[in-house]
Structure formats: structure tokens, C-alpha cells
Design a protein around this ligand. Structure first.
Ligand SMILES: O=C(O)c1cc(=O)[nH]c(=O)n1[C@@H]1O[C@H](COP(=O)(O)O)[C@@H](O)[C@H]1O
Length: 309
């Protein structure tokens, strides 16, 4: 899957991910009304509304982008119905040729981690039948439990040729409380980055490892260091747009080959129609606003990369 991710990035010339994080209040009223008319103001109605919303955004952007990242919490809040919308979204994005990064941020003790890995990336045996549950291509994983929590994911990734993005330095303001603590002379995020490189070393694609890292766009200096600590790991970079990250902050997340990083924006793309810049599209044409926001994001990043050459 890392090879497919890279070939999709090269095909589209767009090292970006659209974050499908559909809060109900981003879904325009005309969609909500239609879903509620059919299913009532119920969890099913909400799940239908977010699915219809996602579908229009994917239809309007899939030819421009390599990958999507649905964040499962946005679906889980609607219970089982929300999870069905998550599944439909994953399947639909696959139909459109997109790589799907399941933002599930799992991580537990070994056997529990193994079950999470099976559910999201692997296959599960039911009697004599092998079944597939969510079937994303990558998952985000929290490494706080150490190798015991990560290894079951890596094992499934090897079997299935799938990948991970492991949290190394997160984009949020308080990420430093633990992640920046100095241990034996170096910040914790560097120790974790080194471990990501080690976990990924024997699960290599053609040029990059299947095991990548998450480093927030909001910490560009740390990104620069971490790029060197894990040269063969793809870095998923959230924090662009709504959290303040800009193209110019991102250049050091990339390697000299122009690869190595993929930048996520969620609210900045899916709720673009609510921004003044894209207000002219109106709520009816929200998906066209998302398309325009994708084009602007790609332009911003490629201009920054070009300038840095
Ligand atoms: O793993 C992530 O994707 C992630 C890690 C991180 O450090 N910061 C972060 O914002 N994210 C996710 O990236 C998305 C950011 O959304 P926006 O701020 O709306 O672009 C959300 O799905 C977050 O859960």
C-alpha cells in the first residue's frame, strides 16, 4: 500500500490527504433535511447525512487527491449507524481508487492490539470462512504501550501489505507535556521516531517503509529533525489549515526526492464553504468549495516546495 500511496501522489502531483471528519454541523441543511425526512432525527438520520456529505465531497475531489483519512470518532458518535457510514465511506473511496488511512488511533496490550489490527487492516476467521471487516489501507496507532502494542499491527501489515502511521509528535498545543520530555538527553518524540524507523526497517516497500509516522504541521522545527531520524518513513502531517499550518512550514517534512510526507487537512477542506474565501459557492455547492480548497492547498504546498529548492 505504501507503493500505491506513492504512485497516487505522483499521479496527482498532490502530497495531500483529505480528512473526512464529518461533524453534523458541517453538513449543509439541505442534506440534513433530506436525511431526517427519510430516517427522522435519529442516529440513522445523522449517519445518512454524513455519508451523503462525504460522498459528494469524494465525487468532487477524488481525481485531484491520492488519499483520504476518515477519523472514526466522527462516525462513532452516532453509534453503530455511524460505523456503517464509516464502512460505506471506506468502501466508496476504494471504488474511486483512493488510499484510505483509517484514523483510529488504536494501541493496547498485545492481544487487544491484535484484534484491533485484524478489524481494521486484516481478516478475521468466522467458522471456516475468512471475513474482512473495515479494510482500510493504513491505520493510525498510538505507541504509548511500546512494542507489545505495535508489533501485532506490524505483523498484520506484513501479511496484508498494509501500513501504519504511528504518533510521534502530535499537532495539538499540549503535545509537549509528555512528548517533549527530555529522557537521557533527548526528547521523547525523538526516541519514538527512532523506534518507528526500527519497526519499519523490515517492512519496506520499493523506496519507503510501510510503517510511517505522524508529526504535526504545527511543529516544523521538530519535523525537520524527525525527517532525518526516520528517513525511510512516510510522515503524515496533520495540522494544516484549521490548526494554523501553512505550506511554508512543511518543506522540511519532505525528503530531497520530493516524497516522504503527506499533509492532511480536514475542516479546511470539508467545511471550506463556511470560510469567507469560499463563501461564494454557498451551502448548496459545498463540494465545489471543497474542490477549490484542495486546488489551493496543493498550490500552496507545491509553491513552498518549489521555493525551497
Ligand atoms: O493522527 C492524526 O491524524 C492527527 C494527529 C495529530 O497530531 N493531530 C491531528 O489533528 N490529527 C488528526 O488530523 C485531523 C485534523 O483535522 P483539522 O484540524 O480539521 O484539519 C483530525 O482528524 C485529527 O484527529
Amino acid at each position: 500500500m505504501i507503493n500505491k500511496l506513492i504512485s497516487n501522489i505522483q499521479k496527482t502531483n498532490a502530497p495531500i490527504v483529505v480528512g473526512l471528519d464529518p461533524m453534523l454541523n458541517y453538513v449543509p441543511e439541505h442534506i440534513q433535511k433530506k436525511s431526517f425526512a427519510e430516517y427522522g432525527e435519529t442516529l440513522e438520520g445523522a449517519a445518512d447525512a454524513i455519508w451523503q456529505f462525504n460522498k459528494e465531497i469524494v465525487d468532487a475531489t477524488y481525481d485531484l487527491i491520492p488519499a483520504v483519512k476518515p477519523q472514526i470518532a466522527m462516525y462513532e458518535q452516532f453509534g453503530v449507524e455511524g460505523l456503517k457510514a464509516f464502512q460505506k465511506t471506506v468502501d466508496y473511496c476504494h471504488e474511486k481508487g483512493l488510499v484510505v488511512i483509517g484514523d483510529v488511533k488504536r494501541g493496547d496490550i498485545g492481544s487487544t492490539s491484535a484484534a484491533y489490527a485484524v478489524g481494521h487492516l486484516g481478516k478475521v476467521q468466522v467458522g471456516n470462512t475468512i471475513c474482512q471487516a473495515f479494510n482500510e489501507d493504513f491505520a493510525t496507532v498510538n505507541p504509548y504501550l511500546g512494542t507489545d502494542g505495535i508489533k501485532p499491527f506490524v505483523d498484520i501489515c506484513k501479511e496484508e501489505k498494509k501500513g501504519l502511521f504511528i504518533l510521534v509528535k502530535t499537532s495539538n498545543p499540549s503535545s509537549g507535556e509528555f512528548q517533549d520530555r527530555i529522557i537521557d538527553g533527548r526528547p521523547l518524540y525523538e526516541w519514538v521516531g527512532e523506534k518507528v524507523a526500527e519497526w519499519g526497517a523490515d517492512h519496506m516497500g520499493d523506496s519507503y517503509s510501510y510503517i510511517g509516522a505522524v508529526v504535526g504541521a504545527t511543529y516544523p522545527e521538530m519535523g525537520k529533525v524527525l525527517r532525518k531520524v526516520m528517513p525511510k518513513s512516510y510522515i503524515l502531517v496533520p495540522g494544516y489549515g484549521a490548526q494554523g499550518g501553512k505550506g511554508a512550514d512543511l518543506v522540511h517534512f519532505f525528503n530531497e526526492d520530493g516524497l516522504g510526507a503527506i499533509v492532511n487537512s480536514s475542516r479546511g477542506i470539508i467545511a471550506a464553504y463556511k470560510q469567507e474565501k469560499y463563501a461564494k459557492f454557498g451551502a448548496e455547492h459545498f463540494a465545489e468549495a471543497s474542490r477549490a480548497a484542495v486546488i489551493d492547498m496543493v498550490e500552496d504546498i507545491s509553491t513552498a516546495l518549489e521555493r525551497a529548492k
